[in-house]
Write a protein that binds this ligand. Structure first.
Ligand code: ATP
Ligand code: MG
Length: 391
């Protein structure tokens, strides 16, 4: 798929922008701080309803404006779809698909598929579990858009359950509070098992693509493999004080069977109930799980070199592209390479250029055009002060 036309209004540093994009490679060039990343962020947001830079959408609304609008004419196999998204400071956000109001904003998911690779992706390999959960969960939602609803249901239940646990901690766990807790547990287990199962299944489907992508970037013998570690398994109760469990304490989960996971989840909740009441916090579930990115026999985190970590992060994104191409009806997702060529040596630049050249649409941002290999034939845009010219 590709985007024919993107319109922005009061989005980040853009007052308004109307940009016709081409199939193939589109190169956005301009000095630092002019709006290159902002432009591609708008496209990424349409496909994941999340940004690679911030949590929440408020920072995307232009300073002092009440609302931002992103409008894209997307084209899949000769069919055009107009997607409009309104981000509002004070009232709920709205979306329209081909001019008809969408019942929920998340109904636009699946219409624009994109994969972004940016220097921040190194965090997926090197940093906290939350980075890896975001990576896998965004991919789950793009491959199976109905999961957007499952995640939002899970988050709602988790929040309410945590509130209840907190209250129970303060007032002492009484009979009525405990039976309400039992009712929440059922929803928590059912949504949570869906999420964990989807992660396990997706990791399995990603595996051959990851292997291929890593080999083509790194020319190495080490096989990359992703394992899912879950707080539902093992004896240890994750340390509940911080936001993150110590993932060393978690064990690998292999089953994607929802019923089996539900049983594990319910059983684990029963064993940690006392601790949860003590701490006023839900201690187990997908919000506490982690992915382990293995390279050969060692985890990449803590062991891989800087260059290997880079290759791994890039391979995760290229594998995502291959997976989306294989598993969705929209064909090639849009590939966004935000500021990555400057970070690569000449050899890796060439290889990356070769790998992405045939994707249906690619958006590349660079402060200096010379960083992008000349053989990448591109439509070139200049970005300065929130104004896009060229094309
Ligand atoms: N909500 C907002 N309202 C107004 N301006 C904003 C908003 N959010 C970000 N900006 C401005 O946008 C600019 C950053 O734009 P962007 O990140 O797209 O730069 P860039 O062209 O990608 O630069 P670099 O080459 O350094 O990556 C900053 O000057 C920032 O102040
Ligand atoms: Mg940038």
């Amino acid at each position: 798929m590709f985007i024919r036309h993107l319109s922005l209004a009061s989005f980040r540093n853009y007052e308004t922008a109307e940009v016709g994009l081409g199939q193939g490679v589109n190169l956005l060039v301009g000095p630092n701080g002019q709006g290159k990343t902002n432009f591609v962020e708008a496209i990424r947001y349409l496909s994941t309803l999340s940004s690679h830079r911030v949590a929440g959408y408020q920072p995307m609304i232009k300073q002092d404006a009440p609302q931002a609008v992103v409008r894209a004419m997307a084209s899949h196999q000769d069919r055009d779809v107009l997607i409009e998204l309104e981000l509002n400071r004070d009232i709920p956000n709205k979306a329209r698909i081909n001019k008809s109001p969408a019942p929920r904003v998340r109904d636009i998911l699946g219409l624009v598929n994109s994969v972004t690779f940016a220097p921040e992706d190194l965090d997926i390999v090197k940093r906290d579990p939350s980075n890896r959960r975001t990576f896998i969960d965004e991919l789950v939602v793009q491959v199976w858009p109905r999961f957007a609803g499952v995640y939002s249901d899970f988050e709602r239940v988790l929040k309410q359950r945590n509130t209840l646990l907190k209250t129970a901690r303060q007032t002492g766990a009484k009979g009525s509070a405990l039976s309400t807790l039992d009712a929440w547990d059922q929803s928590l287990v059912s949504y949570g098992a869906e999420i964990i199962g989807a992660r396990v299944e997706l990791v399995e489907r990603l595996r051959p693509h990851l292997f291929e992508a890593y080999q083509s970037i790194a020319i190495a013998n080490n096989e990359p493999r992703i394992l899912v570690k879950s707080s539902l398994l093992g004896q240890a109760i994750p340390n509940g004080w911080g936001e993150e469990a110590e993932s060393e304490e978690l064990e690998y989960i292999q089953t994607a069977d929802r019923g089996e996971i539900e049983q594990l989840y319910a059983a684990k909740l029963a064993t940690v109930r006392g601790k949860e009441l003590e701490r006023g916090l839900t201690l187990v579930g997908p919000q506490r799980d982690d992915l382990v990115l293995m390279l050969g026999t060692l985890p990449a985190k803590g062991y891989a070199s800087h260059g290997e970590s880079w290759s791994y992060a890039l391979a995760l994104r290229l594998a995502s592209i291959a997976l989306l191409r294989a598993e969705t009806r929209t064909g090639d997702p849009i590939l966004i390479l935000d500021d990555v060529f400057a970070e690569l040596d000449a050899g890796r630049r060439q290889r990356l250029a070769g790998m992405v050249a045939n994707n249906e649409q690619v958006l590349i941002t660079a402060a200096v055009a010379e960083d992008v290999p000349a053989e990448l034939v591109a439509t070139v845009f200049h970005v300065e002060g929130g104004v896009v010219t060229g094309g």
